[in-house]
Write a protein that binds this ligand. Structure first.
Ligand SMILES: CC(C)(COP(=O)(O)OP(=O)(O)OC[C@H]1O[C@@H](n2cnc3c(N)ncnc32)[C@H](O)[C@@H]1OP(=O)(O)O)[C@@H](O)C(=O)NCCC(=O)NCCS
Length: 168
């Protein structure tokens, strides 16, 4: 395993090369990185975390919002479309922390850095069963009954979750 990690914006050349070996165990989320959608700015922006010449994991972020039962906006959000860690790095640690926690922390830092520019109050996502524990231990809540978010196609079985940025 490498002694350093770096996150970079996903590019055509990374897709053509390193993404071929990526496998997170979830066929749809593995395929996402190899498909044109991962580079489609209208869908979201993809970042990959690398250790040497290997992709440890990736995330794709876009915008979203939380609405009430009456479809009134409660606040804007950054929506994490996808986040996945390669099987080789799942349940493994780097300097005492799970790679999954490091990848999510990187994603959240990235999001929070955008806050001054765009203005939003939440991070939202639709979690797979495998992701639930990761998000819960990092402060995310299941969406309340009177809240809803728009999901992507294929996320019907996922649990909507949110992280309030001004939670006290
Ligand atoms: C979701 C994902 C990033 C989580 O990464 P991970 O490295 O597997 O991290 P986990 O949180 O599952 O595991 C970390 C630890 O928590 C434990 N854990 C996981 N779920 C748990 C639970 N419900 N209760 C208690 N402990 C749990 C694991 O056993 C592990 O501990 P261990 O090292 O003692 O075995 C990874 O499984 C993945 O990429 N999956 C495919 C893509 C996906 O589903 N992404 C989420 C989409 S939103």
């Amino acid at each position: 395993m490498s002694d350093s990690l770096k996150t970079v914006k996903f590019t055509k050349s990374i897709q053509a090369g390193l993404s071929k070996n990526f496998d997170c165990g979830n066929p749809a989320l593995t395929l996402f990185l190899k498909n044109h959608i991962a580079l489609d700015i209208s869908y979201g922006t993809t970042y990959v975390m690398m250790a040497d010449n290997t992709i440890v994991g990736y995330y794709n972020i876009s915008t979203g919002c939380i609405v009430t039962e009456d479809n009134i906006r409660m606040g804007g959000s950054v929506y994490i479309n996808c986040l996945a860690v390669d099987i080789k790095y799942q349940k493994k640690k780097f300097m005492g922390n799970y790679y999954s926690d490091i990848l999510l922390a990187d994603c959240l830092n990235h999001d929070i850095n955008l806050r001054e520019e765009i203005g939003f109050g939440f991070i939202t996502l639709s979690s797979t069963e495998e992701g639930d524990y990761l998000y819960e231990r990092n402060g995310f809540f299941q969406l309340e009954e009177d809240m809803s978010i728009a999901k992507n196609q294929g996320e019907d079985k996922c649990s909507p979750m949110y992280l309030p940025l001004d939670y006290e």
